[in-house]
Design a protein around this ligand. Sequence first.
Ligand SMILES: *[C@@H]1O[C@H](CO)[C@@H](O)[C@H](O)[C@H]1NC(C)=O
Ligand SMILES: *[C@@H]1O[C@H](CO)[C@@H](O)[C@H](O)[C@H]1NC(C)=O
Ligand SMILES: *[C@@H]1O[C@H](CO)[C@@H](O)[C@H](O)[C@H]1NC(C)=O
Length: 546
Amino acid sequence: MNVATGIVFVFVRSLIVTVSVEGVEPSQCIAPLGMENGLIKDTDITASSSFDHGNVGPHHGRIRNEINGGAWCPSTQATPETKEWIEIDLHTVHMITATETQGRFGNGQGVEFAESYMLEYYRPRLNKWIRYRTKTNGELLKGNINTYLEFKTMLDPPIWASKIRFLPYSSHKRTVCMRVEVYGCKWSDGIVSYSMPQGDRKGNSWEFYDFTYDGHWDGEKLKYGLGQLTDGQKAPDDFKLSFHQEDTQGWVGWRNDTRDNKPVEVTFEFDKIREFTAVHIYTNNQFTKEVQVFSTAKIFFSVGGKRYKGEPITYDSFEDRIIESPRNVSVKLHHRVGRFVKLQLYFASRWILISEITFESSPVSGNFTEEEEQLDNTIQEKKKVTVKGDNNKNVISAVNNQQGIGQYLGIIVGVFTVLVLFMVAIVVYVLVQQRRYKSSPRPSQIPDKAALYRTPSLGHLTTTSSDYADYAVPLQRSQQPPRTPPDPLHFFPKPPLIPPPSEQYYAATDVCKPQFTPPPPPLSTPPPVRLQRQPRYVSGKPYIGP
Ligand SMILES: *[C@@H]1O[C@H](CO)[C@@H](O)[C@H](O)[C@H]1NC(C)=O
Ligand SMILES: *[C@@H]1O[C@H](CO)[C@@H](O)[C@H](O)[C@H]1NC(C)=O
Ligand SMILES: *[C@@H]1O[C@H](CO)[C@@H](O)[C@H](O)[C@H]1NC(C)=O
């Protein structure tokens, strides 16, 4: 029963989820996040210090607002060394694409503003504060030139953060006050981080590094961060350009011989378990410069992130040695489910260059692990028992084992079920036909039978219990098998097939009669069989099936 519900669940889910696909389009991710309009609450605005909390506390640091002192002012003056900040807590990870600042006008009384400032941001996955750097590696952002004009800066690269700090900066000692706003949107892509080997150098002139990656580098791999692959910005068609113009870097590249021609592995971690419909990999194909689209991509899924079980999705790209322009290679992910997705990209040439990787996915609603456990219980009991002794993490990744298998199993078992039902339907149909043939000289039997079946519902129920037992069971049984025969007949509109096959099948059944001996008796003498089954049913034993 569990398997069945599991299968149904998998089927139904794969039908439903296709509709909603979330994603962040950077050009649309430009809404003010709520300093000016109050969407961000006072309690979510804090500061390192305030000159006078009631008058110029952090909650007054809202752009285009004039309340009390009319801005946030730290208690110390800004110098190149000071680290005063005003912090906004957005609670969930947002993609922040712009910031805006303003000084303290204070109804004409204010004289303070910050000529420049820095940003720091926090993301749970990083678990630390990171100083923001622009693509040109600058930390200082342009601030204001007077107390009333706002200045807005587009952030390139964008910031993914749940908290952000503005740090007023001044090369000489000066009193500063700030009002701020942040622009962006919720990061609904759900990518928490990606990890991969850092890119390689090409000669002395090109470095295909992920320059904006903000996670850790353990000497071998980049971890826990986000960077160029998710910033929504396409690199220029010609990778050489990206180094003539400093601010248009964008290709991350790997060379085949730095890793013994092993595939490049990029692993994405998502916020929750998701169902994936596609991945788009924006990749370079300047084959004359030994850069080519990967020959094969293998895509693995995992719930826990430790074990990637189940068949990977394999995508073979066709080799294009005609057109050099970069392309968006899209791979369908067939509703595979996981929280971690690992891409293995195989070399077709000396270099693979990637600029962007985007996923189409949507969170899987419902208790997914529970469903896995159902499959677990019934199909892989042994495995589960051994896993239970381990710690929690292992349980999660073990659940993930059944992930891929489970889904395939669901499909395979489902297909088999349909096949079996179909064959049963055919057999039943053939037998019915057979019987009709036999009984065709006595057409009176059919109306008789119909009458028999109808009697119970006509009120015999209360009167004769013995008769009722005879009739009631056929009625109950009739709910099971009759459901199957009509289906194929209606679903497969091949009426011409029906009359001739009955003869053929008839002959066929004669040939292998020994096998078919059991079924014919129930048809020729239906009541006895039903009676045989009836006590079992009545005796209260669980109904196992026909
Ligand atoms: C690749 O194609 C997908 C789907 O059309 C799109 O969402 C994505 O933005 C494209 N990526 C790039 C870098 O063009
Ligand atoms: C790397 O690619 C080049 C060009 O396709 C090829 O000649 C070379 O053998 C490859 N190196 C390795 C280690 O496979
Ligand atoms: C999902 O199922 C597990 C195991 O049965 C249970 O512990 C957990 O509370 C459930 N979660 C939700 C959100 O229902």
